[in-house]
Design a protein around this ligand. Sequence first.
Ligand SMILES: Nc1nc2c(c(=O)[nH]1)N[C@H]1C(S)=C(S)[C@@H](COP(=O)(O)OP(=O)(O)OC[C@H]3O[C@@H](n4cnc5c(N)ncnc54)[C@H](O)[C@@H]3O)O[C@H]1N2
Ligand code: MOO
Length: 391
Amino acid sequence: MPSLVQPLSAFDSISASLPLIQSEAVDLNAAFGRILRAPICADRPVPPFDRAMMDGIAIDSTAKLKQWKIAGIQAAGEPAAQLTATDQCFEIMTGAILPAGCDCVIPIEAIEIAQGQAKLKCEETYNRGNFIHTTASDHQPGSVLVDSGSLLRAPELSIAASCGATQVQVSLLPRITLITSGDEVVPPNQTPLDYQIRASHPTAIRSIIISNQLGTLNHLHIADDEDATRQAITQALDSSDAVILTGGVSKGKFDYIAPILRELAGAPLFHGVSQRPGKPLGYFFRDIPIFALPGNPLSVMACMARYVVPALRQMLGAPSEICELPLAAESKTLPHLTHLLAAKIENGQIHPSAPNNSGDYSALLACQGVVEMHPAETPLAAGSRCKFYPW
Ligand SMILES: Nc1nc2c(c(=O)[nH]1)N[C@H]1C(S)=C(S)[C@@H](COP(=O)(O)OP(=O)(O)OC[C@H]3O[C@@H](n4cnc5c(N)ncnc54)[C@H](O)[C@@H]3O)O[C@H]1N2
Ligand code: MOO
C-alpha cells in the first residue's frame, strides 16, 4: 500500500473523477425521493386568477358603502360573475375567482346577512384588495419554482402537480454492484461454523443505498479466490454505474481485490487513507467509480458515510447532506490519523459513540452517520464544531 492520503484529498480525487449520471422522465407519482434534473416552471401565473382568500362577500370598495344588495353567488370553480352596480355584492367562497367589477372581499364574520342584504357589522372596516390573492402575485409564468438538483418530496411534488408537470426529468438510479468477499463469511440465514461469521455488510450497504434512494443494488459474494475475484469484477465493471467491494484490501495473503482491480482498472487514485477506521480504503476508476472498502464493519460504515454516499449524491446531482455541528461532549482524537466515529445527532449536537475496535459493530446502534475529527494530540473540547456525514 503506497503512502496514505488525507481524507480531504481522497474525496477530492473521487469527486474529480465522477461522471454525472444520465436522466430519465418518470411519472410524478413515481418520482418521490428522486433528484430533479430539469427545473419545474410555472405554466401559468401563480395564482392564475384573482382568488378569494375568505368566504364572505365580494364588493366594489370605491363607493365606501356599509350595506349591499346580494346579486348572486360566486362559487369556486365557476367563471367570474359581473358586478353591475356598486351597491351590490356577490356572496363568494374561498378559492373562487373574484367577480369582475369587485376589488375587495369581506369575510363572513364581519357582516350580517338578512333579507337579501349584506350589512357590515358596525366595528368592521375594509380596504381595496383585502383577502384577494392577486393574479401572479407569487410568480410570473415561466418562473422556476423547483430548481434542478432538488430532492423531490411532498413540497416539490405538489408544486410540480400544480404546474401540470405529470412527468418529471430525474436522475437515473445508478446500478450499483456490491461485491463482498471472504471465505469466513456466510449468509445470515446460514448457521456459521466456529471459524465463520454471518455477513452484515450487504444488509448495511443495501439499507444505506435504499433509504437514500442512491441507486439499485445487485449483490454477489465471492470467495477469497483469484479467478472468482477477477470474474466478478469483470462482470460488475460491464454492468454497473458504480461498484462497491468490501474486504480483502489490506495486506493478507488472500487479499486479491486490490491487485485484480489494478489489473482490470489500472492504478488506484489512492489506496490507503490517513484515517481510522477505514485506513486501507482504495479507490479505482474505469469509466465508473470503484470503491474498495476495508472489511471491518465500522470501516464499511465510516467509508460509506464519508466517501461513498457523498460520491453517489454527486453522481445523481443531489444536494449534499454533510453538515457541521458542535460536539456534545469532549471527545478523544487520534494523534496522527483522522478519527471517523459513528455518532448520533441530538438537539443539534453530535454525540460520538466510541467502539472497542473497528469490528465492534454494536457501537453503531442508533447512530446516523460519522463525525470527522482531525488528528490532534489533545481531545476536542465540547462545543468544537465538526463535520458530520450521514449514512
Ligand atoms: N498487516 C496488516 N493487517 C491489517 C492492516 C494493515 O494495515 N496491516 N489493516 C487492518 C485494517 S485497518 C483493516 S480495516 C482490515 C481490513 O482488511 P480487509 O479489507 O482485507 O478486510 P478483511 O480482512 O476481508 O475483513 C476484515 C474483517 O471484517 C470481516 N468481514 C468481512 N466481510 C464481512 C461481511 N460481509 N460482513 C461482516 N463482516 C465481514 C472479516 O471477517 C474480518 O474480521 O485489515 C487489518 N489488517
Ligand atoms: O482502519 Mo481499519 O478500518 O482500523 O479497521
